[in-house]
Design a protein around this ligand. Structure first.
Ligand SMILES: *[C@@H]1O[C@H](CO)[C@@H](O)[C@H](O)[C@H]1NC(C)=O
Length: 220
């Protein structure tokens, strides 16, 4: 009877945490567009993006601009000098530790993730100026210094709560995608409590991270 009660309360606790975190995520999803819009007035142009195929670089204005010489005092800036708000850039290529693939391509990421600037790999990506933006020169070019970082649905606070409350079920490692160790943790009841505590410490010291190499989602 008592075991049933404990099991029930664990299930209820899990459901409560799940709904709370979903509410937090839903709220942060709503906030994300606002943070984009709240910048300069110019940024409101970006959502009107027209998907511009690479071939459109030979559109009328592009062709006429590149045929005349560049006038530094003229109204047009070089396309490659435009800020990111005016560009549609590809995601960095993931070479998954394949050095030969990176050498062949000339750019891309060997690994993703990292917290400190020195730990994060940087690469160049192909960017195209949005169709209606007027500028001088090639409209498709490479932009350097893009960090090899990606964000998925992994939130630090959520994971820490999971780790502290449901660590003995390995729920934190399940959420991070580390299924192998998670099953081990579940079967040993969190290493009889020791592993449970160790993982909380690992999380806080930034040594337990999402399996897919993504960073903690900052929107929470
Ligand atoms: C690395 O990339 C090259 C070129 O794309 C490919 O031929 C090779 O099989 C890859 N190696 C591994 C271990 O995936």
């Amino acid at each position: 009877m008592q075991q049933k009660g404990i099991f029930l309360s664990v299930v209820i606790l899990f459901l409560t945490i799940n709904s709370v975190t979903h509410a937090i995520q839903a709220r942060s999803d709503k906030e994300q567009p606002q943070t984009v819009v709240s910048g300069t007035a110019v940024q409101s142009v970006v959502p009107v993006q027209a998907q511009s195929p690479v071939g459109s670089s030979s559109s009328s204005q592009g062709a006429s601009a590149s045929s005349s010489t560049f006038n530094p005092l003229g109204p047009n800036v070089m396309c490659s000098f435009l800020p990111r708000d005016f560009l549609e850039c590809k995601e960095p290529i993931d070479h998954r530790n394949n050095e030969t693939a990176k050498k062949e391509k000339g750019y891309g990421c060997l690994h993703f993730g990292g917290s400190f600037y020195e730990d994060v790999e940087h690469t160049k990506v192909q960017c195209t100026v949005y169709t209606d933006i007027d500028c001088y020169g090639a409209r498709t070019f490479f932009r350097d210094g893009v960090p090899c970082v990606r964000y998925t649905d992994h939130y630090f606070v959520t994971t820490l709560i999971y780790s502290m409350l449901l660590g003995f079920l390995g729920m934190d490692r399940f959420c991070l995608g580390q299924t192998g160790t998670a099953v081990g943790k579940l079967l040993t009841m969190g290493g009889v409590g020791v592993w449970w505590i160790i993982d909380v410490i690992l999380l806080i010291t930034n040594n337990l991270l999402p399996e897919d190499g993504s960073n903690w989602n900052p929107y929470v």
